[in-house]
Every structure is written in C-alpha cells, then in structure tokens.
Design a protein around this ligand. Structure first.
Ligand code: CA
Length: 198
C-alpha cells in the first residue's frame, strides 16, 4: 500500500514539475485581454482640464469581443494631459514576467496621438526595492482605422524615481499605464491584448 502511494505521489510531483516548466516557457505572457467581467484596480488621472474616461468596450476588439477604451480630450488649457491603467485581472493583481524583454499591445485610434507607456512593479509590503515605476517613452501613433501593434523594448526603459534598488524587477508587474500628451481632440482610443514577450 505504502509503495504504491509513494509512486503516485512521485508521479504527481513529476507531472507538477513538467507543468511548471511548461508555464515557465509560456511566451508571450498575457497581461490583459479585457475579456473578463471587470477591470482590477482601474484608475485615471488628469491635469484638471484634460478629460479622460476609461471603460471596457465592446465597440472594438483586436482579440475576443472587448477592449480597453479611453475617451480622451487633452486639447484644452491643460498643463500635461491625462492617463490611466489597470492591473491584470487573472493573476491576483500582478503578473510574473521575469525574463521578458518586450511589452506589446494593440491600439486603435482614428486620430494621431502621443502616447506614453509605463509599467509598475507590484507592491510588495516591506520590500520597497520592488515598487518602482519604469517609463517606456512617449510614442507617436498614427491615426488609422485598423489596429496597430506597438512593441517596446524593456531595456530602453528609464526609471521614474529610484525608491528601491533601481533595477527592473519583473516578478510582479501590477500596472501598465497609458499616458496621453496634450493636443488630442476628443477621440476614442482602444487598447487590447497587452502581453510581455521574451
Ligand atoms: Ca480583447
């Protein structure tokens, strides 16, 4: 009885290990596809004059039926613009993308926009070295009727402010942030299929 149990346990252990190995090689790794029922930790911010509203929309999708929709207007007398983002919905607020070299997402905008992208390390209580934010530059996106893919190199990121170890820790990424610079007339910008690549 005991040897048989031991063999079963061993088999289970081996199967678990194979599963873990497969998961570790599973690239690209999805951050968010917006197909879930709701956003986790959604937020927006603005300069007091610029307008931004962020929702999950079924009006457009790159994959599935839904995408993230920003209704943006930064054409007013604002000082710097507006932005927003959310945590991934299926990984308890953070995703392990250790080993990733790129972030990629799809965007649909009928008007040309200047888009800033940033990622935030997840909050790790008592470990301030793991809470830093990384800016991935500001990018000109042409206005088009079609979806466009954006792919950004993580090694070109600059740290917003050194509050910890000053290194990019990809073990628990809890935010992908989209920032809209000044000069965007009222428009809708759709984002979908945010993922990290090796
Ligand atoms: Ca989608």
């Amino acid at each position: 009885m005991f040897p048989k149990l031991a063999i079963s346990s061993l088999s289970a252990l081996v199967l678990c290990s194979i599963g873990a190995l497969r998961a570790a090689d599973d690239w690209p790794r999805k951050y968010e596809d917006f197909e879930g029922a709701k956003l986790i930790w959604p937020y927006t911010y603005d300069d007091g004059t610029s307008k931004i509203k962020m929702t999950v929309s079924e009006d457009a999708a790159h994959g599935g039926k839904k995408s993230l929709c920003f209704e943006v207007n930064t054409k007013g007398a604002g000082e710097w613009g507006a932005g927003g983002g959310c945590a991934p919905s299926d990984k308890k607020g953070g995703i392990d993308v250790t080993g990733a070299t790129k972030i990629t997402f799809w965007i649909k905008t009928e008007k040309k926009i200047s888009l800033g992208v940033a990622i935030k390390e997840g909050n790790a209580p008592g470990r301030s070295e793991l809470n830093e934010e990384w800016k991935l530059g500001v990018h000109e996106i042409e206005g088009k009727a079609e979806w466009q893919q954006v792919k950004l190199d993580l090694d070109k990121a600059t740290i917003k402010k050194i509050t910890g170890n000053g290194k990019m820790d990809l073990g628990n990424i809890s935010n992908v942030d989209f920032f809209f610079s000044l000069g965007i007339e009222a428009t809708k910008v759709y984002v979908d299929d945010i993922a990290f690549e090796k």
